[in-house]
Design a protein around this ligand. Structure first.
Ligand code: COA
Length: 701
């Protein structure tokens, strides 16, 4: 391995050059290199200034996140180095470019002067990892930028561009050109300048109210799942009120409490999960991607319209095909309204609005799809209809075009076969609203060509989605797991739990919405039809009680929020308990011989909803439907409102302990019976539990 830091001299200037691809993260070796290089500078009295410069796409983009888990992790070597760097009697200059984040900005702030290229962005994003900056960022930033902006940046993790950073006093000059050359010239100009130390500056409390910190702390305490928010307040307050050395101790204490915290470990897991999901095992690196310069969408419903917006948003023209003019105009009208609402909120300029609308066209003729590079069918979930459309697309689409289906449950291989060109076919399961939700499940069919899969993963990134590959099975990764969760929710309702108790129990974990509210919002009709279709296809377990409630509510026209009645009754959008639903549950329980109980606890609800879901995740892994545990966690966090501070269902399972989950599954099996395998722990879950391994780290061999 090449040395990540080299020290060289350019006339009177010593240069510490870092080259630690891809983002010059501060690995232990990089820190050691900085320390060694600085010692060489200190030893050479002929040098009059020091310049820090990074090779590649960015100045240091942060501490090495993967090293935060190491048993011997310590900020001390780097922090001591920063202190020595700042204490240098000779001027120390940083030449910044790229994304100067976390430890990178902390390094820059310990330098005496900072020059930035115009495209530079700076920030302290540690909060996104459940942390605060641990290398004096909380102490130096308030001294450079003032208390209010510093706290804002540390709590939000947002970046400032070079112009804003200049205005805020975080950088001293912005100029265009080569960072090394500019840095050397800047250092030359500062040879006689004093060493200007951030830590010695007073902290500006300009413009802050007397109760600024108390208010900020109270706001932070409202989000107890994210303890870094309150820690940030305490650190910035220490910066404002205590000498630097004491503030340093406050920060060190807070950082060390947060680093091993469940929230931070969960968020770090997701940081790497999000980057891992795009890597497809076995896919050759040199696979030649297909070009996607135009897209077709079949179906102008909510889904089709939302899907189309994704492409128009990034400048790709889209043609939407519908069966009737009325449906087409309704769909296009909805898209227009959506864009106009964004423009009214100031999120889009008039010019952007016009440009996006101009990229969207409608047609009643499939021939309009003939020249598209990719066509996505987004008609409603019905096998016969989708098969028919896929057959049409197989005929009409040009050679080399990708044909995608937005099915959420159906067999992609069957649809692929209908096109007569299965290698071109892939599933693209968007989540509603498709222009907002980050998740995209990319369903790899048995025959999907590698370059088709790779192209779709790439285009998913272009439209800003987190794309996770799933194999073909009922419901793919997300809906297959959601099905067992809904199954248990309904059983609990029949046994005597109330919708509100169920929702509250899982919402207390941080889920965005409990299952009853979720299905009421998504539409009981949609949920029930999926169950009915699956029943017709012979896919349901031979359990007469299986999801009888959702089918009953559907039969009664209780479609959820849109009919103001579902699991709840609604006043506007407010869900209220509905005694009628209890009556329906009592009647169904009697009909199916289910005993009603009054002793259902929140703990039972959580275990019964989540443990089978986790077990289903383990089955999905052992069947090779998902490549990695991390992929499953990403699906749930990006698409199903699973709390990020729990790292996804599999990470949460690891935190609970797989042995405990296996034991509880066995306990429920003996309580509720072994029928239909509902409570049979998967072999993978049992094996990992026995071996003391983690499900969220699991990757198929
Ligand atoms: N530590 C370790 N690895 C890091 C890293 C860090 N701080 N920042 C990025 N990486 C790795 C990524 O895991 C990825 O690795 P891979 O190619 O093996 O998957 C690679 O660097 C490129 O990162 P990616 O995010 O894919 O590139 P990008 O150009 O989209 O974004 C950044 C670059 C720097 C903006 C982004 O990676 C980022 O925000 N990093 C975290 C910065 C941070 O939080 N710093 C503070 C840490 S205390």
């Amino acid at each position: 391995m090449t040395n990540p830091v080299i020290f060289e001299t350019h006339g009177r200037i010593g240069v510490l050059r870092m080259n630690n691809p891809p983002v010059n993260a501060l690995s232990p070796a990089a820190v050691a290199g900085l320390i060694e290089g600085f010692a060489a500078f200190e030893a050479d009295a002929s040098l009059q200034a020091l310049l820090l410069h990074c090779e590649g796409r960015t100045f240091v983009a942060g501490g090495d996140i993967s090293s935060f888990d190491l048993a011997d992790f310590s900020t001390a070597p780097f922090n001591n180095f920063l202190a020595r760097l700042e204490q240098s009697a000779r001027p120390v200059v940083a030449a910044l470019h790229g994304t100067v984040l976390g430890g990178g900005l902390e390094l820059a702030m310990a330098c005496h002067y900072r020059l930035a290229l115009p495209g530079t962005r700076v920030g302290l994003p540690e909060v996104k990892l459940g942390l605060i900056p641990g290398s004096l960022g909380t102490q130096r930033l308030p001294r450079l930028a003032g208390v209010a902006l510093a706290l804002d940046l540390i709590q939000s993790g947002r970046m400032l561009d070079a112009a804003r950073a200049l205005e805020a006093g975080i950088v001293d000059v912005v100029c265009e050109g080569d960072a090394l050359k500019l840095g050397l010239a800047y250092a030359e100009s500062l040879l006689a300048a004093p060493a200007r130390r951030s830590s010695e500056r007073p902290v500006s409390q300009a413009g802050i109210a007397p109760d600024f910190f108390a208010t900020a702390l109270a706001a932070a305490h409202k989000k107890p799942a994210y303890p870094a928010l309150a820690a940030a307040v305490r650190c910035v307050q220490a910066a404002a009120e205590l000498p630097f050395a004491q503030g340093e101790q406050v920060e060190a204490r807070e950082f060390e409490l947060l680093r091993p915290s469940a929230t931070s470990r969960a968020l770090r897991h997701l940081f790497f999960a999000e980057r891992q999901v795009s890597k497809i095992p076995g896919l050759a690196k040199d696979v030649v991607l297909r070009k996607i310069a135009s897209v077709g969408v079949v179906g102008a419903g909510t889904m089709g319209g939302g899907i189309a917006m994704n492409f128009a948003n990034v400048g790709i023209p889209v043609v939407i095909v519908e069966a009737t003019d009325e449906a087409l105009q309704r769909g296009l009208g909805l898209v227009r309204k959506n864009y106009e609402a964004s423009a009214a909120k100031g999120k889009l300029s008039a010019q952007q609005l016009a440009q996006r609308l101009s990229l969207l066209t409608g047609s009643l003729d499939y021939a309009a799809l003939a020249n598209c590079d990719m066509v996505i069918e987004a008609v409603f979930e019905n096998m016969d209809l989708k098969r028919q459309i896929c057959a049409n697309l197989g005929q009409i689409c040009k050679a080399g075009a990708i044909i995608a289906t937005n099915t959420s449950t159906l067999d992609v291989d069957e649809l692929a076969a209908a096109t007569g060109r299965a290698a071109d076919v892939v599933g693209m399961h968007f989540f509603s609203p498709a222009n907002v939700m980050r998740l995209l499940e990319v369903v790899r069919g048995a025959q999907t060509a590698p370059e088709v899969l790779a192209t779709v993963m790439k285009i998913a990134g272009v439209i800003g989605k987190v794309a996770v590959v799933s194999g073909v099975c009922y419901g793919f990764i997300g809906n297959r797991m959601a099905e067992v969760y809904m199954r248990e929710a309904e059983f609990l309702l029949l046994e005597g739990a109330q919708p509100r108790q169920i929702d509250r129990a899982v919402e207390a974990l941080g889920m965005a919405m409990g299952p009853c509210r979720m299905l009421d919002m998504a539409g009981i009709d949609v949920g029930a039809k999926t169950v009915i279709e699956r029943d017709k296809a012979g896919g349901l377990p031979p359990d007469p009680n299986y999801r009888v409630l959702v089918r009953k509510l559907f039969e009664l026209g209780r479609f959820g929020q849109k009919t103001l009645a579902g699991y709840y009754r609604y006043e506007g959008r407010t869900p209220l308990p509905d005694p009628l639903v209890t009556k329906i549950c009592v009647a169904l329980a009697a009909q199916y011989g289910i005993e009603r109980r009054s002793d259902i606890t929140d703990q039972e609800i959580v275990e019964r909803l989540l443990y089978p879901l986790i077990n289903e995740g383990a089955l999905i892994l052992s069947e090779g439907i998902a490549y990695r545990g991390a992929d499953i966690d990403m699906v749930w966090v990006a698409g199903y409102g699973f709390p990020d501070h729990r790292g996804g269902p599999l990470f949460m399972a690891d935190e609970i302990g797989l042995t405990k989950i296996v034991e509880r599954m066995a306990a429920y099996a003996s309580q509720r019976g072994h029928a239909f395998g509902y409570w049979t722990a998967s072999e993978l879950l049992k094996t990992l539990a026995e071996q003391g391994k983690r499900l969220s780290d699991y990757a198929a061999a």
